[in-house]
Design a protein around this ligand. Sequence first.
Ligand code: CA
Ligand code: CA
Length: 340
Amino acid sequence: MAVLLLKPNRRCLEKRTPRGVAVLTVLLIVAIGASLAYALASQQAMVMAQARHVLVGDALNDLLLGGEVLSRQILFNDHIDDIANAPQTDHLNEEWAVAIPPFEIPGGFIEIQIRDLHDCFNLNSIPTTAVAGAATADPDTVLGTALFTLLDLDPALHDRWFDWTDDNQEVHRGGAEDNEYTGSEVPYRTPNGPAGHLSEVRLLGEMEYEQWQELQQVACIAPERTPLNVNTLRPATLAFLEGVRPVDLPDLDDKDPEFPEYEHPDDFKSAHTSIETNILTALTFAGVISEYFEVNIRAELDGETASMVSTLHRDKDNGKIVLLGRDYSRRFVSKFTATE
Ligand SMILES: [Ca+2]
Ligand SMILES: [Ca+2]
């Protein structure tokens, strides 16, 4: 049987091949164009979202800084009033101590609280050098010991705190210096100076979580030694002075508390004779004037929220206010409940 072999028609091939390539090329171009368009649209949406986030973030930061400026003015005005209406005192019935309710701004709101840093026992007040030949212990050392004892903390923690903040590497009694902490699984070193945050206490040794919660209610950190202000004491700080653990404090009732306005620390001592004598004696440095404040500010704009804590120093003689630091990591707890 004869086989018929057909030769391809070269002409025909020459005509069809370019047309097929052209179709494929067009399809390829369309596909690439569509991909590019999609990529550009996605990129544009992302750029717009980023731009909006940056713009709102900048505006929020401006609002927080505005809140800080307002707070500085309130504190300065208080100083002017104090000078004009001697004796100079700071107490919780003054304007600065009243939390400012959230006030509306276009697209959001801003809320401000000013807190006195003399309302708590500042652990940086515990001196780091023993007075040679002193007949009695330093008053803030007495208070520090009383606090650690009240909270049933390991006595070694007090010595470790001493070493943590003193400016040398000599181990004080049951304390510890760099040679111990650098041997930890996660090594760290002592600041050998004033602590920057109360949580540094937890680097010194074991502490129950409940003890840590109580310590936060009574103690705090200010940049340098600060006297307690007997007019602004937190309930837990006053309880500590009276020998009561914060955990044993009764629940506060709903009625507004009455805040004292002592003109002299001795007036406070006379009104609190139930406080043990050694603690009353240790209130040598207590006062009625405050120099360190924390300003808590929260701002909300277009559904985004930001908060900031500014630490301020107000000179008690001339009212000059200096910014010491800003912290954007703290949680803001409003004193106001939203109502419909
Ligand atoms: Ca005042
Ligand atoms: Ca040290």
